[in-house]
Design a protein around this ligand. Structure first.
Ligand code: IPE
Ligand code: IPE
Ligand code: MG
Length: 258
C-alpha cells in the first residue's frame, strides 16, 4: 500500500508517455509544489542556491510540456508566505533569481502565447521584482494559450482571509447582503478568481503535505506525489502524473460511473 503513494514513471522505449495521454480528458488545472531544491543540492555537496538555480531550468521544461499538452492552467508554488523564515541570504537569492528568470523568459513566454499571472502579496516583494511582475502580467494579458500562475509570497489562508475582507467591506458598504454570500463569491475574490478549480496537484521530493497551497481551489483535486526532487523532475514525470490522473476514479461525492 505504502509503495503506491508515490508515482512511478514508466521508462518507455517504444511508445512515448505523451502519446498515451487522452487529449479529451486532460486535467484543466495542474498545480505543482516544486519542492526539494535544497535537498537536491545538498545531496551533491553543493550549496542550496545551486538547487534553486537548477529548479528554474526544470520549470522552463515543465512549462514547455504544459504548452505541448495544452493544459488550460498551470500553477506553480515558487515562494510561500512562510518562506520568509529562511535565512536572509537564501531569500535574497530567490528574489534575485525570480527577477532574472522573468527578465530572461518573458519574451519566449509571450511568443508561446502564455498568459502569466502572479498570485500572492506582491506589493511586499522587492520593488524591481514587483515592477517586472506588473509588466509581465500586462504584456501577456491578452494571450490565449496556457494560463501560467506563479505563486510568490503566497499563502492559501492569507488568500482566503483577503477574500473574506473584500466581501465584508462590500457588506459594510451595503453593496452585498449577507444572505447573498456564496461559494462562487468567495472563489471570485481569490487571486485565482474566474479560473477553473485545480484537478491535479503534484508535489515533488517525497513530502506529503499541502504547505498552505491552494487549499480552497484544490478541494477536489487528485494528488500525485513523487520522491524525485524538483531539479530532477522531467517532462516524462509530468506526463506520467497526467496519465495516472486519467486512471483515477473521480466521484465528487457521488457514485462511480465505471
Ligand atoms: C523548494 O525547494 C523551493 C522553495 C521553497 C523556494 P526547497 O528550498 O524547499 O528545498 P528543500 O525542501 O529544502 O529540499
Ligand atoms: C512549499 O515548500 C513552498 C514552495 C514550494 C514554494 P516548503 O519547502 O516551503 O514547504 P515545507 O516547509 O516543507 O512545508
Ligand atoms: Mg522544501
Amino acid at each position: 500500500m505504502w509503495k503506491k503513494i508515490f508515482g512511478t514513471v514508466k521508462k518507455e522505449t517504444s511508445t512515448d508517455l505523451y502519446d498515451q495521454i487522452d487529449q479529451k480528458r486532460l486535467p484543466a488545472h495542474i498545480a505543482i509544489i516544486m519542492d526539494g531544491n535544497g535537498r537536491w543540492a545538498q545531496n551533491k555537496g553543493l550549496m542550496r542556491t545551486f538547487g534553486h538555480k537548477a529548479g528554474v531550468d526544470t520549470l522552463k521544461k515543465i512549462l514547455k510540456a504544459a504548452i505541448k499538452l495544452n493544459v488550460k492552467v498551470l500553477t506553480v508554488y515558487a515562494f510561500s508566505t512562510e518562506n520568509w523564515k529562511r535565512p536572509h541570504k537564501e531569500v535574497d537569492f530567490l528574489m534575485a533569481l525570480f527577477a532574472e528568470y522573468l527578465e530572461r523568459e518573458i519574451n519566449e513566454m509571450d511568443e508561446d502565447n502564455v498568459k502569466i499571472q502572479f498570485l500572492g502579496r506582491l506589493d511586499e516583494l522587492p520593488t524591481t521584482l514587483y515592477g517586472q511582475i506588473e509588466n509581465a502580467q500586462t504584456r501577456t494579458k491578452s494571450n490565449t494559450g496556457v494560463q501560467f500562475n506563479v505563486a510568490v509570497n503566497y499563502g492559501s489562508r492569507d488568500e482566503i482571509t483577503r477574500s473574506v475582507k473584500i466581501i465584508a467591506q462590500k457588506v459594510l458598504d451595503q453593496k452585498l447582503p449577507v444572505t447573498e454570500i456564496t461559494e462562487e463569491i468567495i472563489d471570485d475574490n481569490l487571486y485565482t478568481g474566474g479560473q477553473v478549480p485545480v484537478d491535479l496537484v503534484i508535489r515533488t521530493s517525497g513530502d506529503l503535505r499541502m504547505s498552505n497551497f491552494l487549499l480552497w481551489q484544490a478541494a477536489y483535486a487528485e494528488f500525485w506525489f513523487t520522491k524525485v526532487n524538483w531539479p530532477d523532475f522531467t517532462p516524462d514525470c509530468f506526463f506520467q502524473a497526467v496519465l495516472d490522473f486519467q486512471n483515477r476514479d473521480r466521484r465528487f461525492g457521488g457514485l462511480s460511473e465505471k
